[in-house]
Design a protein around this ligand. Structure first.
Ligand code: ADP
Ligand code: SF4
Length: 700
């Protein structure tokens, strides 16, 4: 299909100093959780995006020195020759597809805890980041940088830039965002210096300017020099000559950088979840940048619509369409636009599971794209599926995220697929969840798969078809895949931190009851020990129906795990907006229809709360009825020629939607393998240099 000429502008080449990007699709630096210890995993992950048409592919934060050490969070390093070799795998892979490779050289300043290096963190004035989340807490405060420290960092940046050039990078970053060292110099809250690096904006900008200049002196003839800078705070502060300090900063640095990569100041606003923020949310902060510089500008905003992208370019907001999450969810997004296959774009749903991977210190996982991070270790490609040796008849029972993904990937592998669901609509749990506050975009998981399945001739789909063993035996497929999901339990919670007991009372509800349209009456207490989004979202939902709702959890915060997805601060704001009181560290003990008895998680001290209904968002267990029935009729299945029964998704192990999709994908890739579990390849660090090797000084 020919592409719409409206989108031609997206495919124009753009110069970045001495190098030229082949188009305007720019994968901005983003954490991959892969580090230099998984160099092949990382190279394949980034290469897939270059193959999919992204014109620039960047690394995540890459430390220039051991004083910038975020361990155990995954970070790349550019310290020695082994690092150069590890990165070269990625740059070679990216260049194979004609794209440019960028490296986000990085010094974390006071925002890293140097847990492994045990060197004092560096900062302009010794002001520490004192996080409220344990994952970012540390108890070594930063030292105030003296002039020799500043010189050291400038030297490390120059050395890092030369090493990066040797590794094959085309674009070298200076990083002044997200609370890291360059940013700390820009903000007077961190920077209380009285020398030429503190005070006026000109002085606060000096360190970043010098970082850019040493980078240019080191590699500027060969590589583009990019500045990544957070502008949210500075945009809100009036300048002395221009509208804001952000305006003045861009003006002051315009001649020093070849490209401006502009963003917000903290992860929850920079990489905001779709529950709370729509596409293009950065625009009000970064819309002015092009008016202050002739240099190209890249920005992000979870762009997945080509019309929005074109509008950003045409209106002079951006020169490059930056993407991190859209490039993870669909590495082939640019190519699909170029080839006029818009409806095939696997749009990011904004769930931020990818970000949770970094917080979890593991390679990136994605809800929409189960192949993310699996390109090398499992050999999965986001667009191509290995063709089955011979097409077989696959019956998938259950059309939730797991069943839909399994059906689609099996069909792509060349099988004859039948998909059946008991419900009136496709989507399983999402059929209801998409109607809840902020979750509409999550239904892209269903829309994308249904769209593709509807286009395929080797797929038959049946709704309102609750299948039992007899129906399955009548259909007599070669393989049965059970994707029947899970159900929520009325179980309580013990101070041993495990589910225990149960309350049986007609006014005790589970999320399944709410999904089925049963609404509590009177003041309702939500007791949440699932800890992810669902308890918080259902609380919002009930409050929106006009119920007086209170939220109780044994965790320390509401929806505690959402700290991993950047949502936690916004969950608390949302509950507060709806006047929901939040009580933490409490277990629900008893309920008599009028009063709930709570007990403190640690002290056991009891309190009583008046409420008429209780919603427990706690444990989910697999729906195993069908599986058990199939198990009991094993001989009949064999007689009917059914070779295997595989369970996937929540029916196998209840979890987040990302796990269900991955499970469905994995089963489809492994169908017909006779039940063998395929192990993934284990990557190893590159260690050509002996331990104790001196840091490589420069390009060799
Ligand atoms: P997952 O997240 O693993 O995909 P879901 O709970 O979202 O799980 O989806 C499970 C789907 O399976 C639901 O749509 C449900 O209607 C369907 N289902 C459950 N049991 C049967 C059955 N016996 N026959 C057909 N569909 C079923
Ligand atoms: Fe988008 Fe969610 Fe995938 Fe991240 S995990 S890229 S937010 S769909």
């Amino acid at each position: 299909m020919a592409r719409d000429s409206r989108y031609d502008v997206l495919f124009e080449p753009v110069r970045i100093g001495p190098v030229t990007a082949p188009n305007r699709f720019y994968q901005v630096p983003h954490a991959s959780g892969m580090t230099n210890s998984l160099p092949r995993v990382r190279a394949a992950f980034r290469e897939t995006k270059a193959e999919g048409g992204w014109g620039v592919i960047c690394t995540g934060a890459c430390s220039i020195d051991q004083t910038s050490d975020d361990t155990p969070l995954p970070m790349a390093t550019m310290w020695d020759r082994n690092d150069i070799r590890a990165h070269a795998l990625m740059t070679e892979a990216v260049h194979r597809h004609g794209s440019l490779a960028g490296v986000e050289l990085w010094h974390g300043g006071a925002s890293v805890m140097n847990r492994a290096s045990r060197l004092p963190p560096l900062s302009p004035s010794g002001i520490p980041w004192m996080a409220t989340h344990i994952g970012f807490m540390g108890n070594l405060r930063p030292k105030t940088m003296d002039r020799s420290d500043i010189k050291d960092v400038l030297r490390w940046q120059a050395e890092g830039a030369r090493k990066a050039r040797t590794a094959g990078f085309d674009i070298i970053y200076v990083y002044a965002g997200m609370g890291y060292l360059g940013y700390e110099f820009l903000l007077p809250e961190y920077n209380k210096r009285t020398d030429e690096y503190g005070g006026s904006l000109e002085n606060r900008v000096r360190f970043v300017k010098e970082m850019l200049d040493v980078t240019r002196d080191a590699v500027g003839k060969d590589c583009g020099v990019a500045l990544r800078v957070s502008l949210e705070e500075l945009r809100g502060r009036p300048g002395t000559r221009q509208q804001s300090e952000a305006h003045e900063l861009i003006e002051l640095l315009s001649d020093h950088a070849d490209l401006f990569d502009v963003k917000m100041d903290s992860s929850p606003t920079d990489c905001s979840a779709s529950r709370f923020t729509g596409e293009g949310s950065h625009e009000p902060v970064i819309d002015f940048v092009k008016s202050m510089t002739g240099k190209p500008v890249v920005g992000v905003g979870r762009f997945t619509s080509p019309d929005t992208m074109v509008s950003q370019i045409r209106r002079g907001v951006l020169d490059f369409i930056g993407g991190a999450r859209p490039s993870i969810a669909d590495p082939f997004l640019p190519r699909k636009i170029r080839e006029g296959r818009i409806e095939e774009i696997r749009e990011c749903i904004g769930c931020n599971i990818c970000i949770s991977s970094w917080h979890d210190s593991v390679p990136v996982r994605c809800t929409q794209n189960p192949t993310a991070g699996e390109e090398w270790r499992r050999g999965w490609h986001p667009e191509r599926v290995e063709q089955a040796a011979r097409g077989e008849r696959i019956l998938v029972v259950g059309g939730g995220p797991a069943g839909l993904e399994c059906a689609l990937t099996s069909a792509r592998a060349g099988h004859e697929v039948t998909l059946a669901d008991a419900g009136k609509v496709w989507g399983g749990r999402l059929a209801f969840e998409k109607t809840l506050p902020g979750l509409a975009a999550w239904n892209r998981v269903v829309d994308y798969r249904l769209g593709r399945l509807n286009d395929m001739t080797n797929v038959s789909m049946y709704l309102e078809s609750a299948l039992g063993v007899d129906e399955i035996i009548d259909l007599a497929p070669d393989h049965v895949v059970v994707a029947t999901g899970a159900r929520w339990m009325r179980m309580l919670y013990s101070s041993m931190e495990i589910p225990v007991g149960q309350i049986d009372h007609p006014e005790v509800y589970t999320p399944d009851d709410i999904a089925a349209g049963r609404l509590p009456s009177g003041p309702t207490l939500v007791f949440d020990f699932d800890n992810y989004y669902y308890g918080g979202v259902l609380t919002e939902h009930l409050a929106a129906q006009g119920l007086a709702v209170s939220y109780v959890t044994p965790a320390g915060q509401a929806s505690a795990w959402t700290i991993m997805t950047n949502e936690l601060p916004l969950v608390h704001k949302a509950l507060s907006r709806r006047n929901v009181p939040v009580t933490t560290l409490q277990m629900l003990k008893a309920f008599d229809g009028e009063t709930a008895t709570l007990a403190h998680l640690f002290t056991g001290e009891e309190t009583r709360v008046h409420c008429r209904s209780i919603l427990i968002v706690g444990l989910r267990l697999p729906r195993t009825e069908l599986l058990d029935a199939l198990e009991a009729r094993r001989v009949d299945l064999e007689t009917a020629g059914i070779k295997s029964v595989t369970t996937i998704g929540d029916a196998l192990a209840p979890g987040a939607i990302t796990h269900a999709v991955h499970s469905g994908h994995k089963a489809a890739r492994e169908l017909g393998m006779g039940g063998t579990r395929r192990l993934y390849l284990r990557d190893t660090p590159i260690t050509d240099c002996e331990p104790g090797f001196e840091q490589a000084e420069a390009a060799e």
